[in-house]
Design a protein around this ligand. Structure first.
Ligand code: GAL
Length: 659
């Protein structure tokens, strides 16, 4: 188990470094992420490098037995760069040039930024590739954290080249973007722009391609750094820190390029349900690289500084969230940051070693967590799940575009609602794009798959054909990968298998909106009653049976949930977005009928349960004691258990005998 955090020694006089290493040892720290924001210190002027200080701290850490996750330091360009090359700065959709003075002020497509970043990474890797302290390379930092997309002239030129590469001819581009609409036909790639702010909605195909291009431009930056590291002969694993389901970057396309997936997660201590969103994020990380442990690269030891109100974590909450990560596949718990800063934007952000020193609750918890992690045996990577929850970035981007029947859809919130229902039922789940459904999966839940690639549709069909159960809808199988309708209506790929046709989307006014209109549609069905939101689609049975019908509103009496036998499996469709109760009952029903086994058959819904091989992790995120029937060996105490009572934020790792 890795244990440590971001370490920024350049913020401190050298005499503090010795105290840092001593305290790190006291806390059980075995790795620190170094040099994330050190560019201006490492390279005070173009062509001038100062590595002496970095040599000294790396040596000191090494003497103290502490490893280094060495960052490439390219996340915050130094002042000399924009002074000499102002064209590296990114530009917003509204045309505002983002100034330096914060961080991440670079245009990813800027050839100058890339050249200078490459020089820095080359110098770093040449110097440190053989240093025994260096255990990992950390590319940049949180790509697209602040700049979700750059609309500068650098981006314009690179976008044109990207399009030419993708489409070959301008005729093909016109066809893909449907430019006959609104007189948008291009006669040369040189006429194309990023979707900068326009009088009316920008072309949705252009918007979608620009999201793809932005993702690719950032990935190119990362791959450039990776290539430099590998061609210099460095053999340590390479990672970069993800940020959960981040809209700007399709991590499912990034993960195969990395040796280790790592994640930064900051659940809000004020939200008693934030452990559910956290569980979703952990499962996403585990699913990005199956059978490979991931790292929690950043979390906070206590309060943050960047939410409107920054509550402290409750006693034990940080350790409970850390245990949740381990249970859901993490082999390391790291923090932002090691020692709390004395100046700068983040001086109020908590750290492993607080400003108030070692006589604090935070420090005691940090030391206790380090000891606990050190006592754990090696765990298998997360177990493969029997349930797949389909989450797809391209679909998210397409849904995000304006001018849809329902323009207040929050795709991520809907996906997380299904994940929360699975979590309440203690069912382990993989979060994957449609192409990755299959294998161990018995049940696949694919809500709101508006943009469906042909490959994704084929994978879902094959899954059902082979005996799987698919639950999809509403607003699914509407467009192809270009964001075009298919000829013949909606559900053109999955409709036959689902045994239904879809005529109308029946958009509803969101439940909390202050305007007239139908807001919800009641649903009555074999699996229980529920309330539908956002859509009450007009669907017609064409081979399927209605499992539930609408019992209120304009679709009264029409099918709301359907089921059809197809191949060796079955295909379900929902004509609305079900509320929590609806998701809970449907999950229960489908788990029973498909034989999906929960991690624990019977535990309070506020207990987070996950499995790694024979080890079950339980964390009580409820406000009351939770009694859980679980038999095995408590890995922390060594005691055999049959039943456990977990106090709020108490956790346990229980090794069960193999059946
Ligand atoms: C992350 C970032 C860290 C630090 C942290 C504060 O987004 O990578 O450098 O700023 O947030 O929560």
């Amino acid at each position: 188990m890795y244990y440590g955090g971001d370490y920024n020694p350049e913020q401190w006089p050298e005499e503090v470094w010795h105290d840092d290493v001593a305290r790190m040892r006291e806390a059980g720290v075995n790795i620190v992420t170094l040099a994330v924001f050190s560019w201006s210190r490492i390279q005070p002027a173009e062509g001038v490098f100062d590595f002496d200080w970095l040599d000294r701290i790396i040596d000191l850490l090494h003497e103290g037995g502490i490893g280094v996750d060495l960052a490439t330091a390219t996340a915050s360009p130094p002042p000399w760069m924009h002074e000499r090359y102002p064209e590296i700065l990114p530009v917003t959709r509204d045309g505002v040039t983002l100034s330096p003075g914060g961080r991440q002020h670079y245009a990813p497509s800027s050839p100058v930024y890339r050249r200078l970043a490459a020089e820095l990474v080359t110098a770093m890797v040449e110097r440190y590739k053989d240093h025994p302290a260096v255990q990992m390379w950390h590319l940049n930092n949180e790509y697209a954290c602040h700049v979700h997309a750059d609309y500068s002239d650098n981006a314009r030129d690179a976008f044109r080249a990207w399009l030419e590469d993708r489409y070959g001819t301008v005729e093909a581009l016109n066809a893909a973007w449907g430019t006959s609409f609104w007189s948008q036909r291009y006669s040369s790639f040189d006429q194309v722009l990023p979707p900068r702010i326009a009088p009316a909605s920008s072309n949705p195909c252009q918007m979608l391609d620009f999201r793809r291009f932005t993702n690719d431009a950032l990935l190119q930056c990362a791959l450039m750094e990776k290539e430099i590291i590998r061609s210099a002969g460095a053999t340590q694993p390479i990672t970069t820190n993800f940020m959960g389901a981040w809209p700007a970057v399709d991590y499912s396309a990034w993960a195969p390029h990395l040796d280790v997936v790592s994640d930064d997660a900051y659940p809000d201590p004020n939200d008693p349900q934030s452990f559910r969103a956290a569980a979703f994020q952990r499962d996403l990380m585990r699913s990005l690289k199956p059978r490979t442990p991931w790292l929690l690269m950043e979390q906070s030891s206590n309060a943050l500084n960047w939410r409107p109100s920054n509550a402290p974590k409750a006693p034990g909450q940080m350790e409970a969230l850390s245990a949740q990560c381990v249970g859901r596949g993490a082999d390391g718990i790291l923090f932002f940051q090691w020692r709390q800063s004395k100046a700068g934007s983040e001086k109020f952000h908590s750290a492993m070693l607080p400003h108030a020193g070692t006589g604090t609750r935070t420090w005691r918890e940090i030391v206790r967590l380090g000891g606990m992690l050190d006592s754990l045996p090696t765990l298998e990577p997360g177990s493969p799940a029997q349930v797949a929850l389909v989450f797809d970035w391209e679909n998210w981007w397409a849904l995000d575009n304006p001018d849809h029947p329902q323009n207040r859809l929050d795709y991520l919130a809907v996906i997380m609602r299904w994940h929360a229902a699975l979590q309440r039922a203690h069912i382990q789940v993989d979060i994957v794009p449609p192409e990755k459904v299959g294998g161990e999966h018995r049940l696949a839940i694919a809500p709101l798959l508006y943009l469906m690639r042909d490959e994704g549709a084929a994978a879902l069909e094959g899954f059902v054909e082979a005996g799987g159960t698919l639950l999809t809808g509403p607003f699914s199988d509407i467009v192809d990968s270009r964001d075009h309708f298919l000829d013949g209506g909606f559900l053109q790929r999955l409709g036959t298998m689902l045994g239904i046709t879809l005529e109308d989307f029946g958009a509803l006014v969101p439940r909390d909106a202050d305007e007239p209109g139908e807001r919800e549609a009641r649903v009555e069905g074999a699996f229980g009653d529920a309330v539908g939101e956002l859509f009450a689609e007009e669907i017609w049975l064409d081979g399927a049976e209605a499992v539930a019908t609408f019992s209120s509103g304009r679709r009264l009496g029409n099918p709301a949930v359907t089921r059809a036998q197809a191949g060796k499996g079955s295909a379900w469709y929902m004509a609305t977005v079900l509320d929590d109760d609806g998701c809970d009952s449907l999950v229960r029903h489908l788990a029973e009928t498909t034989g999906v086994e929960p991690v624990l058959p019977d535990a309070p819904s506020t207990v987070d349960a996950s499995r790694r091989g024979d080890v079950v992790t339980l964390v009580n995120f409820g406000e009351d004691d939770a009694v859980v029937a679980v038999s095995g060996t408590n890995l922390i105490t060594g005691v055999e258990v049959e039943r456990m009572t977990l106090a709020p934020y108490e956790f346990a790792f229980v090794e069960q005998a193999r059946p």
